[in-house]
Ligand binder design. Structure first.
Ligand code: GUN
Length: 296
């Protein structure tokens, strides 16, 4: 039976460390670190995320600036808000919740965020910094996955990793981070010819495809470490109810894996904790205050 990787507990620890650093920052800078979150429209899942981000930002002793705009806001008005946040010295980090309504160009909106306030790590400047090994901001979910992997395995050097999924938010930055940790990385996706064979070679499997319970236990190398990024809502046994499952079939995978993240309680709680980590890093950089980023 696999060890369970407790992302919820790790995220709580990370938030506690961020809170300590945030208090120290406030004492030194004479102001709180600040995170601005912009939500356009009323997508229910996004509303839940944004509410949780706001609560956890305050709980860490940082300032939270929430901007909720109606779904029919013009792109020009959203860009003007981002420009104001770029210019506001109380704002260290800016996050525009995705997806945006269909009449907006997400790439254009992301490109308007000052890269040094882009705590989501989505701006092409930060994508390029990650790819070339320069300090910048790394997308929160894949950075959280690497933290869990290093906590479990120590050095990842020389390990074979497969990343299933090639999205800009998870798959591609995940692959870059694993390369930086000296893994041998395969990026698999919907056109991969023999996915079970690719997964079977891997010491580390990161599943981020959004297909409920797709990765089966008999695809895995015995003892592999499995990171399940999927959050899929499926019908539950009880009529009319739903339950959350990952991209990995937990029941069969946990018989073969050495360690595995559960859903919920694995990767999910890490995303906001890493966002707060990125924000306190941004605040120190903005105020030109030194601190040991690796201690977070
Ligand atoms: N929507 C789903 N995940 C994310 C995220 O990490 N950042 C932003 N901005 N939007 C999201």
């Amino acid at each position: 039976m696999a060890d369970i990787i407790d992302g919820k507990a790790f995220a709580e620890g990370l938030r506690a460390r961020v809170a300590t650093v945030a208090a120290d920052f406030e004492a030194k800078a004479g102001r709180k670190a600040g995170l601005a979150v912009v939500l356009v429209g009323e997508d229910p899942a996004s509303q839940v995320y944004v509410r949780n981000k706001g609560k956890q930002t305050l709980a860490c002793g940082m300032a939270s600036f929430e901007h909720k705009l109606p779904a029919d806001t013009s792109e020009a008005d959203l860009l003007a808000l981002v420009d104001r946040l770029n210019a506001d010295p109380a704002v260290d980090g800016i996050l525009v919740q995705l997806p945006l309504p269909a009449h907006m160009n997400e790439q254009k909106v992301i490109a308007t965020i000052n890269p040094d306030k882009d705590v989501d790590g989505f701006h092409v400047v930060n994508v390029g910094r990650l790819a070339t090994g320069l300090p910048g901001y790394v997308p929160c979910t894949p950075l959280g996955c690497v933290m869990l992997l290093k906590d479990k395995l120590g050095s990842l050097s020389g390990l074979d990793a497969v990343v299933i999924g090639r999205s800009n938010i998870v798959g591609k930055p995940m692959a870059q981070l694993l390369i930086a940790e000296s893994c041998t990385v395969t990026v698999a996706h919907s056109r991969t010819k023999d996915l079970p064979a690719a997964v079977r070679r891997a010491d580390i499997v990161v599943a981020a495809v959004g297909r409920p319970e797709m990765v089966k236990g008999d695809w895995l190398k015995p003892g592999a470490t499995v990171i399940d990024v999927g959050i899929n809502r499926v019908p539950a046994a009880e009529e009319g109810k739903t339950r959350l499952v990952g991209d990995v079939d937990f029941a069969s995978a946990s018989e073969v894996a050495g360690a595995i993240t559960p859903v919920p309680g694995g990767v999910g709680p890490m995303t906001i904790a890493v966002l707060l980590r990125n924000t306190i890093v941004a605040a120190h950089r903005a105020a030109d205050l030194a601190f040991d980023e690796s201690a977070l």
